[in-house]
Design a binder for this molecule. Structure first.
Ligand code: PLP
Length: 363
């Protein structure tokens, strides 16, 4: 890490690659020879056009997006998108299946209830405090649903899908906010992949959506124009003023990912980083990870000690070690280390060292 920086384990907004921050700093006074920063320029300018088109092209390249998909940048983050989704896709039978595996999938289902005739919970792990991902054979899917919604990586609980649900002809829609671009995914298996960008690719406030073209159709009449997929697609995500700075960061981060060797290389690093933490967790019994082993997230690792007091003490000691944001979400307590793409391996190793030292002095 550069001087003055710390290992930031925040779940979001979260750590960005230093190379990207330095590039943004360098271009802050003069971006693309325009004599101004991206914060100041018209979204109708040639320089910004190159930025947004470059960002779209990079997303397609990095994620290996098939030609029959459109990349959109929409307002309102992931929550904006999961409100827009039922208004855009719920127009045939007005029924959708939601697989509830954590807080955000629950919120998405609640939001959809406002707009759909029927929100069917196809499976839920709520009764087990979301410690696992529902299995294919637990899914009660409706053949006439307009879509099936899943949350791919459960940021708060620290679980993730390690299989792609089979949904027949019903399009699968996945909220990948906290795992987007952490490893390759077969986009062709999904109707829509969307992500609030603040976990792995940019500052907060923007949603990246990758939508199969046949799902871009006339939405419900009540759908706000800025969340109308068809209108936004026709205007290259610039129906109104887009989140220019966020889109610029998507461009820089995807440039960086390409330089780093793409998502295969990211996966290799992320697997290695997560293993450092999980191997340690499995080797001892001072810290506990309560999620189902097969469903462990590579991005958000949750753990706790035997007592809330010790958890508190552990979190209180983080600053001295040069860490921040290790406190778990209020819904689960304990600790959470978010180890997104930009978190170096050294940060994870330093965290494990702190855990070892803490355990030794408190056992
Ligand atoms: C953070 C997060 C959200 C919410 O994102 P906003 O951009 O704040 O709406 C939704 N889903 C998942 C999986 C998240 O991690």
């Amino acid at each position: 890490m550069l001087d003055g920086r710390i290992y930031n384990f925040s779940a979001g907004p979260s750590i960005l690659p230093e190379e990207v921050l330095l590039k943004a700093q360098k271009e802050l006074l003069n971006c693309g020879d325009s004599g101004m920063s991206v914060l100041e320029m018209s979204h109708r300018s040639k320089v910004f056009d190159d930025i947004i088109n470059g960002a779209v092209a990079n997303v397609k390249e990095v994620m290996n997006v098939p030609d029959n998909y459109t990349v959109l940048f929409l307002h309102g983050g992931a929550s904006g998108f999961f409100a827009a989704l039922p208004m855009n896709l719920g127009t045939k039978t007005g029924k959708a299946d939601y697989i509830v595996s954590g807080n955000f999938s629950n919120l998405a289902a609640k939001e959809a209830e406002k707009y759909l005739k029927e929100v069917h919970i196809a499976a839920s792990s709520e009764a087990d405090n979301y410690n696992h991902i529902p299995r294919q054979d637990e899914l009660d899917l409706s053949p006439d649903a307009d879509y099936v919604h899943v949350c791919w990586n459960n940021t708060i609980f620290g679980t993730t899908y390690h299989y792609i649900p089979e949904t027949g002809n019903v399009p699968l829609v996945a909220d990948m906010s906290s795992s987007i671009m952490s490893e390759p995914v077969d986009v062709s298996k999904f109707g829509i992949i969307y992500a609030g960008v603040q976990k792995n690719i940019a500052p907060a406030g923007l949603c990246l959506a990758i939508i199969r073209n046949d799902l871009i159709a006339e939405p419900m009449r009540i759908c706000p124009k800025i969340w109308d997929f068809k209108k936004e697609a026709a205007k290259n995500s610039m129906l109104n003023t887009p989140a220019c700075a966020q889109i610029y960061f998507v461009k820089l981060v995807t440039d960086y990912l390409k330089e780093q060797g793409g998502l295969e290389a990211m996966k290799k690093k992320n697997v290695e980083k997560a293993a450092i933490l999980y191997d340690y967790l499995d080797s001892q019994d001072f810290f506990i990870n309560t999620v189902n082993k097969e469903d462990r997230s590579m991005m958000n690792v949750t753990f706790r000690t035997a007592s809330p007091e010790l958890d508190k003490e552990f979190v209180a000691g983080q600053a001295e070690r040069g860490f921040s944001n290790l406190k778990g979400h209020r819904l689960v307590g304990g600790m959470r280390a978010s180890i997104y793409n930009a978190m170096p391996k050294e940060g994870v190793e330093a965290l494990v060292q702190y855990m070892k030292d803490f355990a030794a002095s408190h056992s």
